[in-house]
Design a protein around this ligand. Structure first.
Ligand code: ATP
Length: 370
């Protein structure tokens, strides 16, 4: 049996707002699960129900084999790290980290050993005598994490713990949290609206939208095989390009007709579209920016999937170039090599790596094939 099981969990707030719909998830010991989705999609609500800070309206939450719906937060043996560090300003780093154990009446010697050990793990040894105001944002966040990990519980819940930090520090702390997970072997459930954070940290990711789980998968699978248009657009930056396309049969081939431009589909995709009755229908075709190329090799490799477009914006990012243009009335992005001759205003011939094309049903928005 899984370590944590959420079965058909719903949250309806007292004002009648249905914030989480039939949430189902099983989490094994030692997993790093990330809840990701746009603001207001129900990530924090779900996390707070797991922590015991919010009632579960219906459904069942099972923790280590026991029903936990009615358990108080303390009983659940879960530690939580919030976005606001919530440190006590008048207490030193040492006392802040020790606070939970002091409250529990743990022996001073034991506390000292555990605070020192926690400080060592988090690189806070030299700061134990300082007050929070004399620390940087990253150091404060580490103290907040220290306060959670000193409790030696099995599950850590983290709600946007890095969102108060600047971009550079966020990346640094991200690495530290990943290392901490390896080191503690802990089970972590982490909430963020940042898909990069989710992709780099999670062993599994739960993508949510408007209180409904869209897909639960590894970062790799979410990227390569998004289950619907929302996930396809949310995961990946710059985001996947989408275009309306009519599926047509031409001789023995199946093509996508995008505003008069024809792209011949590889056999496996053609077969699926035919079998599922999409000939003559409009679908949504999705292609990631890195699969739209302007180099001669790609143009030679995909002669039946090319088009021309005028570049609106050329953006050099050092190791890569983003080209922004309109194609068939849709704004698109290509991520190409820095050696590209393309510039703002030039007309460029592109090849689509058609085998990497994702195709979605226009009505249900579900993926048909990848
Ligand atoms: P964010 O990234 O902005 O924190 P979130 O995905 O964590 O968003 P939640 O905080 O879980 O979202 O909120 C989900 C929805 O529930 C939101 O639409 C929010 O307005 C609503 N909500 C949250 N708390 C309450 C409450 N106490 N009463 C009524 N509605 C609430």
């Amino acid at each position: 049996m899984a370590y944590l099981t959420l079965k058909n969990i719903n949250k309806i707030y007292p004002n009648g707002f249905h914030a989480v719909h039939n949430f189902n998830l099983e989490i094994e010991k030692g997993e790093f699960v990330v809840f990701v989705g746009p603001s207001g999609c129900g990530k924090s609500t779900t996390l707070r129900m797991i922590a015991g800070l919010e009632d579960i309206s219906s459904g069942e939450f099972i923790l280590d084999g026991k029903r936990a719906n009615e358990m108080g937060p303390r009983e659940r043996e879960i530690a939580m790290v919030f976005q606001s560090y919530a440190l006590y300003p008048q207490m030193t780093v040492y006392d802040n980290i020790a606070f939970g154990l002091t409250l529990q009446g743990v022996d001073e010697d034991v506390i000292e050993e555990r605070v020192k050990n926690t400080a060592r793990i988090l690189g806070l040894t030299d700061y134990l005598d300082r007050l929070p105001r004399a620390l940087s944002g990253g150091q404060r966040q580490r103290v907040a994490i220290g306060r959670a990990i000193i409790r030696k519980v099995g599950i850590f819940l983290m709600d946007e713990p890095l969102s108060n930090l600047d971009a550079k520090l966020r990346v640094q702390m991200r690495t530290e949290i990943a290392k901490l997970h390896d080191r503690l072997g802990a089970t972590i459930i982490y909430v963020t609206h940042d898909q990069t954070e989710a992709m780099t940290l999670g062993t599994r990711i739960v993508v949510m939208k408007e209180g409904v789980v869209q897909q639960v998968d590894t970062p790799q699978n979410l990227y390569n095989e998004p289950g619907n248009l929302f996930v396809a657009g949310f995961i990946g930056s710059p985001q996947m390009n989408f275009m309306d396309a009519v599926v047509e049969e031409k001789g023995s081939s199946v093509i996508l007709n995008v505003g008069g431009q024809e792209f011949t589909l590889p056999e496996n995709k053609a077969k699926v579209l035919k079998e599922k009755g999409y000939i003559g229908k409009t679908v949504v075709a999705g292609i990631r920016p890195e699969n739209v190329d302007d180099d001669p090799e790609s143009l030679a490799k995909y002669p039946n999937a090319t088009f021309e477009a005028k570049i609106n914006v050329y953006e050099l990012l050092g190791a890569e170039v983003f080209l922004y243009f309109d194609f068939a009335g849709t704004p698109m992005t290509a991520r190409v090599q820095p050696g590209t001759p393309a510039r703002t205003g030039s007309t460029v011939k592109f090849a689509i790596e058609i085998d990497k094309m994702h195709i979605f049903d226009k009505d249900t928005e579900l993926a048909i094939c990848h």
